[in-house]
Each structure stands twice: as C-alpha cells, then as structure tokens.
Design a protein around this ligand. Sequence first.
Ligand code: NAD
Ligand code: TYD
Length: 352
Amino acid sequence: MILVTGGAGFIGGNFVLDWLANPRAEGIVNLDKLTYAGNLATLSSLEHDIRHQFVYGDIGDTILVTKLLQEYQPRAIVNFAAESHVDRSIHGPAEFIQTNIVGTFNLLECAREYWSNLNADMKKSFRFHHVSTDEVYGSLTPSASAFSETNPYEPNSPYSASKAASDHLVRAWFHTYGFPVVTTNCSNNYGPYHFPEKLIPLAILNALNGKPLPIYGDGQQIRDWLYVGDHCSAIREVLSRGKLGETYNIGGWNEKANIDVVKAICLILNELKPRSDGRSYVEQITFVRDRPGHDRRYAIDASKVERELGWRPAKTFDTGIRKTVQWYLDNPVWIEGVVSGTYRDWLQKQYS
Ligand code: NAD
Ligand code: TYD
C-alpha cells in the first residue's frame, strides 16, 4: 500500500484515480479530513474497488496516523493534505497554520517513528513525498528568470508562508534524521474535479450560469498553468526515481496572464456551448478589487525534473484547457453536488 493524505481534494483525488487506473498498482489508504475542499463524489468510481481504503481523519491526529501506519505498513506516503486557497488564507490563516505546518510536522514525526522501526529492506525503499507549491518562492518581475529549485524562499501570503514552513520541516527531517523525503513544488494546477473557488473552474461555471467572471485588479498577473494529470505523472516519476532529499519544480511551461486564461475559456465555451443570445461569454468579464498582496508573476523552470527524470508535461495549455472545459460540460452531476453543497451530506449522515 501507499498512504495518500488529502486524496479527496482536487489534486489528491486525481492522483488516486490515475494511480488506481493501473491494474497492477499498489493499493491506497486515503486519509482525508473532508474539509469543504474534500469531496468523496470525486472518488465514487472507486466505491467497490478494494484497493482503495478511505479513512476520515486529520493528519494532525497522532493516534490515528500511528495506527494507520502500523495497520497498513505503507511503503510510501504522499502528502497532499493542506488548506490550499490563498483568498481563504487572507481571511482566516489559523487553519493554514494548523494543517499545513502543525499537521505536516505531526505526519513527519509519526512517519519517522514508523520508518525507524522498519526492517532494512523496507526502510531503504520507504519514501515521504511532500507536495508543495511554487508560491513559496514569492513573486517575479516580468523579466526575471523562472523559479529554479535554488531560488530563495520569499512567501507573501499566509498560504504560501505555511507551505514554505512545511517544506522547511521536510528538508530538516532529511538532514537531521536521514528521513527519506522528496519534495515537489508545482505551479497552478487545473483540470477535472477542481473546486469552483479557484480561477479556472469558477470562470467556467460562472460563465455557464450567466454570472460575472471576476478578474482581480488589471488581470495581468501571470501564472504557470499545469494540467493536473501531468502533475500526477510527475509525482509518480519523482516518487519512484527522485533522489532523496531533493526538490523538483514541476511546471507546465505555460505562462499566461489571468485575463488571457479567462478569455481562452470564453472562446472555447462560445464554440462548445454558445450563449442563447448568441453573444460572447467575454462580455461577462468583470474587473474587481485586487487581492491584497497579490503576487504579480509565478513561472517555473521545470528543466531539472526533465534532465534527471525525463519528465515533461504532455498537455499544452490549449489542449489542457479544452479538455477541462469539456469535462465541466460533461459532468453536471458532480458540479451540482458541489454547487448545492450536497457533496457534504455524506459527512453529516456518517458523523453527525
Ligand atoms: P484541495 O484544497 O483541493 O484539497 C486538499 C485536501 O486536503 C482536501 O480533500 C481536504 O479535505 C484535505 N485536508 C485538509 N486538511 C486536512 C487535514 N488536516 N488532514 C487530512 N486531510 C486534510 O487542494 P489541492 O488543490 O488538491 O492541493 C493539494 C496539494 O497540492 C496541497 O498541498 C497544495 O498546497 C498543493 N498545491 C496545489 C496547487 C493547485 O494549483 N491546486 C498548486 C501547487 C501546490
Ligand atoms: P487561484 O485560482 O485562486 O490560485 P492562486 O491564488 O493559488 O494562484 O488564482 C489564480 C489567479 O487568478 C490569481 O492571480 C488570482 C486570480 N483570480 C482572479 O483574478 N479572480 C478570481 O475570482 C480568482 C478566484 C482568482
């Protein structure tokens, strides 16, 4: 088995589905606290798959994590569990400190204890893969080189500061205890099962519902966009062949201004699902007040992972965004559950 944390979220959910799409893959124990961002509907196709064991719980729960490690004896942990939305971190940073920093610390400590008692073979093959973000590097000027793994950390939001802290803990556990870690820092993901608080799913759903498409500030902030399936393949590669103690930047080689991302979505929707009045979805774009401390540009230099592990993204922005828009058009049931909040009924039924 491998232990995946946060596997009911956007990237973790895609990772679990992709992993188990391989019939020869090891099973997964999926530990998730099912915050507002955790959605078991994403994993509904695995309901009868005995290779997937879902466990409702917190990475900060020492007793539970210790018990799971003893019971399932995983040969790796992939840590996706986090609070992940910058805007939420501005309004309420406490949960970010708790899960992203204290939770990661707890997971590391439980895992180190487990690992230190493994037999020599298992000890050698064990991996702790920490999933992190390019936001830890701070903001780039328009002409600056893309982030490489040696860039200094300059996080600017409570979210990125909490992820930076977790990265430092992971690094220290390797240097101090020899605990076998790898870290990946990736750019903005997009794709299926993305919670519609983030720019791309929000723009698609607001467009279809005739609502404004909110662009913060002047919309010229630049992000590198990575298709989630490509991120998952990069994680599998780093998990199996990454060098211990190393970090790998994962990016899509797709730098785009926010306004251009939203316009691209509008043009695809004009084609696939034209508005009933025949006008363009672009007319719904609305400029709104900027995010406080909004980072201007992120860009990832993903050449190390290509050079050392031969990984490159398979999707361009054009192919990835088209596939994503099509997915949202084809999956009204998942969307309806998220928008109406019924995806949380299971939690209430099970635990109220
Ligand atoms: P998400 O918010 O969609 O999912 C996070 C998942 O973690 C949810 O299922 C949630 O229920 C779970 N969770 C939260 N707190 C928990 C806790 N204390 N214990 C157990 N589970 C908990 O996030 P995502 O977009 O899937 O991101 C996954 C990881 O990738 C995060 O670590 C994030 O920082 C990182 N990342 C995300 C992006 C992106 O563009 N989404 C980019 C770079 C890095
Ligand atoms: P987001 O998807 O929240 O990801 P992150 O903040 O982690 O990069 O935002 C992506 C970019 O889009 C970011 O520059 C903020 C901007 N944005 C908007 O312009 N409007 C919106 O409604 C949202 C949610 C984001």
